[in-house]
Design a protein around this ligand. Structure first.
Ligand SMILES: [Zn+2]
Length: 675
C-alpha cells in the first residue's frame, strides 16, 4: 500500500512540472520496481503531506517543516524514511519526501540552488529518477557500488555530458537483482557468496569491499554487493552462466561511506576507515540454477597505484561521477580522471566486452588532474546494460570503474536519428523483446537480409519490417516459450480478476526466460532442451504457493481436471477429460502428475486456437511497449480491446488489421530507441 500525497497533483514551485506530470512520474517509478519483481503496489491518494510515522506509507513533494527537517544538506534530492519492525526485520512503513532546498554543484564545485523537472531541463534534478531511487530505499534496498545503478548514491543533474540525466529512471540489472534478492529470488537463478579477507583466506575481514560479477559472454556487469563487517558478501538473482568476479575497494567514484542508507548493514563511518587494498580479479566462474557458488577471495592490502575518480566524455569536456551513456553503433571519446592515472599504459584501457573496442589511449593535459582519454567503438548489437572500464598500470596493477558506461536507450541518441530504423538493430531488438535472448548470428543475418533485400524500395522495406516483426510472435520458439507461459497461466487460473487476460508482464518475462533458457530453435539439441525446460517449468509451477493455494492437496482428480478445463474455457473433449482424470487419479496430489496434466491442457489445440488473437494483442503491449495494457499512460484495457476487436474483424490477419504496423510505428515504441 502506497499513498500519493495530494501535493503531487499541486506541486510546489521548486518542481517545474504540472501536477499530472508529477503523478505520472511517481506512477512510472512505482511501475518500474513492480515490473522488476513481484511487488504489486496498491496506490491510493492521501491528503497527508508529511513523511512522518503515521501508519501510512506516503510519497510526498510538499514543502513542510517536517519534510524540510529530513534534509541536512541541499545536495540530497530525496529522502526515504523506513520503519522496520525490530522483531521481524520487515518494513512496517516507508515514506518519501523531496528536498525543498535542493542544491547542486556547479562547474567550479560551488553549491548553488537547483530544482526538479520532468523534461530534462539543464541544471535541474530529474524528479522521476529521484522517485525511482527513493522507492528502492522504501522497498529496503541500500546503495549500490555500481556507477550506472539507480541505487548508486549520487544523482547527477540534467545537462551532465550535455544530456538529460534519465538513465537512473530505469533500473540497472544490479537494481533488479537487488530487489529480487529481497522479494524472493526467481526459481532458476543462482548466487555467489563467500568472504573477502585481507591477504589470506584466514585474514581479517575487508568490511565494505565491493564484489561484482560481469557476464563473461557479453561483458555486462550484472550484479554486485558490498561485504559486511564480517567480510561476508552475497550476490543473488544471477541468471545461470559464466561470470568474471572482481573485488574492489569503494574509494571512488562511489565511496564506501555513501553506501549505508536506512540503518541497514553498513554503519557508514567504519566503512570509510577500512584499510585500503588492491583491486583483485578473482577469476571466471560458472553459476548454475538454484545453486550458490561458494567463493572466498583474499585481497592484497596496500595503497592502489591507480585511483580513477571521475569519468567523462570528450565531446562535452565534462568530468562527473555519473555513468557515461553509450549508444550502440556510435563511436565516442571517453575520459577517466584521477590521481596517478599517468601510469596507465598505452594499451592499459579495456572494456571486457566483445561488443566494444577501445583505441587511441592517451594522456590529456589541462584538467588539473591526470586524465586518460580513449575512443570506444560500440557495435550496433551492443546489448543494453552497464559496462566496466578496466585500467591497468604499466606495472600491472588493475583498477575498475564499475558500470561506468551504460547503454540505456534512448539517452544519448542524437536528435533526428532512431536506432530502430537500422535493420540489424531492429532485428536484434526483436530477439530481446520477444525471445528474451540475444540474437544468434544465422537468425540475425536471415531476418536482416529479408529487410535489406528490398534495397532502397521504401514500400518493400515497410512491408518486410512488419512481416519480420510478426514472425517473432509466430515463431516456433515464441509459440513454445512465451505463448506456452500464457496458456499455462490461463489453464491454471483463468483470466486475472477483473482483467480480460491471464498473465501480467511481471510474471510473463521471467517465466518465458525460464522455459527458453539455452534454446535456439534449429541449433544443437534444442528439442530435447526445450522439452526438459517445459517439464521443469511445469513441475516448478504447480509447486508455487499460488497454485497450491488454489489446488490444495486432497483436491480430487475430477475436480482438478474440471477446474483447469473451466479456466481454459471448456476446451477438452469428453475423451480427453476422461484420459486426464484417470492419469491423475493414480495420485491426485502428486506434483509430477499435476504438472503433466496442466501441460496437456495448456498444449490443447483448441485452447491454442481460441487464445491466439488475445495473446497476439497482449504481446504487442508486452513486446513492443514493455508494459501491461493498463499501465501508464493507459489506465484500462480499452486499447487492448480495440486491437482485439480489429484483429477478430479481419479474421486474425494482422496485416489487414494494420496492428503490427501501428505498434512498430507508434511514438511510444519508437521513443524507446531515439528522441
Ligand atoms: Zn539513496
Amino acid at each position: 500500500n502506497v499513498a500519493l500525497s495530494t501535493s503531487l497533483s499541486n506541486p510546489p514551485p521548486f518542481i517545474h512540472a504540472t501536477g499530472a506530470q508529477v503523478v505520472l512520474a511517481a506512477r512510472r517509478a512505482l511501475a518500474r520496481w513492480s515490473l522488476a519483481s513481484n511487488i504489486q503496489f496498491n496506490v491510493t491518494t492521501s491528503a497527508n503531506q508529511d513523511a512522518v510515522a503515521d501508519g501510512v506509507s506516503l510519497i510526498t513533494v510538499a514543502d513542510t517543516g517536517n519534510n524540510r527537517a529530513l534534509f541536512s544538506t541541499g545536495l540530497r534530492p530525496g529522502r526515504a524514511r523506513v520503519t522496520f519492525d525490530p522483531s521481524t526485520g520487515s518494513i512496517t512503513e516507508a515514506d518519501m519526501a523531496i528536498n525543498p532546498n535542493v542544491t547542486r554543484l556547479d562547474q567550479f564545485g560551488n553549491e548553488v540552488g537547483s530544482f526538479f523537472s520532468t523534461d530534462g531541463t539543464n541544471d535541474s534534478y530529474d524528479l522521476e529518477s529521484t522517485f525511482t531511487h527513493e522507492i528502492g530505499h522504501m522497498l529496503g534496498l541500500e546503495h549500490s557500488g555500481e556507477v550506472a545503478a539507480t541505487m548508486q548514491p549520487r544523482q547527477g543533474v540534467n545537462g551532465t555530458y550535455n544530456l538529460p540525466n534519465f538513465t537512473t529512471r530505469t533500473l540497472a540489472s544490479d537494481d533488479v537483482a537487488g530487489i529480487r534478492a529481497i522479494y524472493g529470488p526467481r526459481n532458476g537463478s543462482g548466487s555467489i557468496a563467500g568472504r573477502v579477507t585481507y591477504n589470506s583466506p584466514g585474514g581479517s575481514a575487508t568490511f565494505g569491499a565491493h564484489v561484482f560479477a560481469e557476464d563473461a559472454a557479453t561483458g555486462r556487469v550484472v550484479a554486485g554487493n558490498v561485504a559486511l563487517a564480517s567480510g561476508a558478501y552475497r550476490i543473488d538473482a544471477l541468471p545461470p552462466g559464466q561470470y568474471r568476479v572482481v573485488v574492489e575497494q569503494l574509494d571512488e567514484p562511489v565511496r564506501g561511506d555513501q553506501i549505508g542508507s536506512n540503518g541497514g548493514g553498513y554503519p557508514a563511518s567504519s566503512l570509510a576507515s577500512a584499510a585500503p587494498f588492491l583491486t583483485t580479479e578473482a577469476g571466471t566462474f560458472t553459476v548454475s540454477a538454484n545453486n550458490t557458488l561458494a567463493l572466498d577471495v583474499s585481497v592484497p592490502g596496500g595503497n592502489p597505484a591507480l585511483n580513477p575518480t571521475f569519468i567523462g566524455t570528450g565531446s562535452s569536456g565534462q568530468l562527473s561521477k555519473v555513468a557515461v551513456p553509450v549508444v550502440p553503433g556510435r563511436a565516442m571519446t571517453v575520459l577517466v580522471g584521477g590521481d596517478n592515472l599517468g601510469v596507465v599504459a598505452s594499451g592499459g584501457v579495456s572494456i571486457n566486452s566483445p561488443f566494444i573496442t577501445v583505441s587511441n589511449v592517451q594522456q590529456v593535459a589541462g584538467f588539473g588532474i591526470p586524465i586518460v582519454s580513449f575512443d570506444i567503438t560500440p557495435s550496433i548489437l551492443t546489448p543494453p546494460g552497464d559496462y566496466d572500464i578496466r585500467l591497468q598500470s604499466s606495472a600491472g596493477q588493475v583498477a575498475y570503474v564499475c558500470a561506468g558506461l551504460t547503454v540505456d536507450l534512448p539517452v544519448g541518441v542524437p536528435a533526428g536519428t532512431n536506432l530502430i530504423d537500422n535493420s540489424q538493430f531492429f532485428v536484434a531488438q526483436h530477439y530481446r523483446d520477444f525471445l528474451s535472448r540475444e540474437p544468434d548470428t544465422s537468425g540475425l543475418n536471415f531476418w536482416t537480409g529479408e529487410i535489406e533485400g528490398c534495397g532502397a524500395d521504401t514500400t518493400c522495406r515497410e512491408v518486410k519490417r512488419i512481416n519480420v516483426s510478426a514472425a517473432f510472435f509466430l515463431s516456433i520458439e515464441f509459440q513454445n516459450t512465451g505463448y506456452l507461459v500464457y496458456r499455462i497461466y490461463k489453464a491454471a487460473f483463468g483470466d486475472l480478476p477483473g482483467k480480460p487476460v491471464p498473465v501480467r508482464m511481471q510474471q510473463f518475462f521471467p517465466d518465458t526466460q525460464e522455459i527458453g533458457r539455452g534454446v535456439v530453435v534449429g541449433q544443437g539439441n534444442w528439442q530435447q532442451q526445450l522439452e526438459a525446460n517445459k517439464q521443469a517449468f511445469a513441475l516448478e509451477f504447480v509447486q508455487r504457493p499460488a497454485f497450491v493455494a488454489r489446488y490444495p492437496s486432497g483436491t480430487s482428480a475430477t475436480d482438478f481436471v474440471n477446474a483447469l478445463d473451466a479456466n481454459a474455457g471448456f476446451v477438452l473433449s469428453a475423451d480427453e477429460k476422461t484420459a486426464l482424470i484417470s492419469e491423475l487419479a493414480v495420485n491426485p496430489s502428486d506434483a509430477r502428475l499435476r504438472a503433466d496434466v496442466l501441460r496437456k491442457v495448456a498444449e490443447n489445440q483448441v485452447l491454442q486456437q481460441r487464445e491466439f488473437n488475445k495473446a497476439f494483442v497482449l504481446m504487442q503491449f508486452f513486446g513492443y511497449l514493455r508494459r501491461n495494457p493498463d499501465d501508464p499512460p493507459d489506465s484500462d484495457f480499452s486499447g487492448w480491446q480495440f486491437w482485439l476487436a480489429k484483429l477478430n474483424q479481419f479474421g486474425g490477419d494482422y496485416i489487414a488489421a494494420e496492428m503490427v504496423k501501428a505498434f512498430i510505428n507508434s511514438n511510444e515504441y519508437r521513443q524507446r530507441f531515439g528522441p
